[in-house]
Ligand binder design. Structure first.
Ligand SMILES: Nc1ncnc2c1ncn2[C@@H]1O[C@H](COP(=O)(O)OP(=O)(O)OP(=O)(O)O)[C@@H](O)[C@H]1O
Ligand SMILES: [Mg+2]
Length: 344
């Protein structure tokens, strides 16, 4: 790990140790709007309410305990009240080079896991070929309500397991094939951002359509992503597909937060995806074992990450922590996500 990266991690750990509203983990990634450091001078913007002087002092003290820190400048940015121009601070895409590798499973568990850690999380099922997330969260028959926000009619996301959900599955009829053409797709995407009352979100997780074809590419270019999580299975041949996904993100300047090896174990092997990721200089985010209970959890509508069976939940919980850290690092090292621009 580079010195710089190590220092970034140390800053994040120090901020995380601050207690906020009686809870440790107070200044986790979702509360850090920007972070820079150079030669021991640390500068950060924290998303806090106006009367947070005590929290800011605690954060300063925690940072100054790091031996290499010589100057700390913290400022407070108040979260914007929800409007129809909803502030969504981070958008993470979950993608794969091909279908069936567990992209939706990872997206659901990542979103539910981040929400369980206290972040305000949305999940957008943008998989127009086979929206499966409503089923995985047990809300297959739910319909988003129409609400009026500032005089404008909007769709309220369906709430399930502590997160806000919107899916192509809610707007297209189940079992009916839809042929998406460019403008239609663009229109649907625009609606998902402008006509959905997301409110304030620390993070929106987007389940992209599988593959690297036109639709996935258009979405990657249209939605202003903070970063992407690539899902792959361990087999050698799966790496070819994962490589295509990496290329797509590199070409569209979307930072790849890392790779998840899913369905790891005696059937498909172990470590293939992560070894490959290391060679490609992509961060490993975790290994999810092939486990029939994961599949069952999806069918029953309760994400594995929330399961009481610790051995089932733990790999997903570790993944959630790794993604949160990768996102914080990304936000520390690169300028904020460019504003979401959807041309009509
Ligand atoms: N780690 C795992 N262990 C067991 N079953 C799994 C695991 N991950 C995913 N599955 C199962 O594999 C199937 C495919 O997973 P999922 O729908 O998440 O993949 P996907 O990449 O989103 O597929 P698609 O390309 O169709 O959208 C599902 O039935 C899911 O429950
Ligand atoms: Mg899927």
């Amino acid at each position: 790990m580079s010195d710089r990266r190590q220092r970034t991690d140390e800053i994040l750990a120090a901020l995380k140790s601050v207690v906020l509203n009686g809870e440790a983990d107070g200044l986790a990634a979702g509360r850090i709007r920007s972070l820079t450091h150079c030669d021991g001078a640390v500068k950060a913007e924290l998303l806090l309410d106006a009367d947070s002087a005590a929290t800011v002092r605690a954060a300063e003290t925690a940072l100054k305990k790091l031996p290499w820190v010589r100057d700390v400048r913290l400022s407070v940015v108040e979260p914007i009240a929800p409007t129809d121009q909803s502030p969504i601070r981070n958008i993470i895409a979950v993608a794969s080079g091909k279908g069936g590798v567990g992209k939706s499973t990872v997206a659901v568990n990542l979103a539910a896991g981040l929400a369980a850690r206290g972040l305000a999380v949305g999940l957008l099922d943008a998989d127009i070929y086979g929206p499966s997330i409503p089923m995985m969260l047990g809300v297959r028959t739910a319909k988003p309500a129409v609400v009026t926000v500032n005089g404008k009619q909007m769709l309220a996301p369906v709430e399930a397991h502590g997160l806000k959900l919107m899916s192509m599955g809610f707007v297209v009829e189940e079992g009916k094939p839809v042929i998406w053409r460019g403008p239609m797709l663009h229109g649907a995407l625009r609606q998902f951002f402008q006509d959905v009352a997301w409110g304030e979100l620390d993070c929106l997780v987007v389940d992209l359509p599988p593959g690297t074809g036109d639709v996935a590419l258009t979405m990657t270019q249209t939605i202003s992503l903070s970063g992407a999580v690539v899902v792959s299975t361990p087999q050698q041949v799966a790496m070819l597909d994962a490589k295509k996904a990496l290329q797509m993100f590199r070409e569209t300047n979307v930072p790849v937060l890392g790779i998840v090896e899913n369905m790891s174990g005696s059937v498909f092997g172990t470590g293939g995806a992560l070894n490959w990721a290391e060679a490609e200089d992509v961060a490993p985010l975790g290994t999810i074992p092939l486990d029939a209970r994961t599949c069952g959890a999806g069918d029953e509508g309760v994400p594995a990450v929330l399961s009481k069976a610790e051995d089932l939940a733990r790999p997903f919980q570790k993944l959630v922590v790794a993604v949160e850290a990768a996102l914080a690092r990304r936000n520390a090292e690169q300028p904020a996500r460019r504003a979401l621009k959807l041309q009509s």
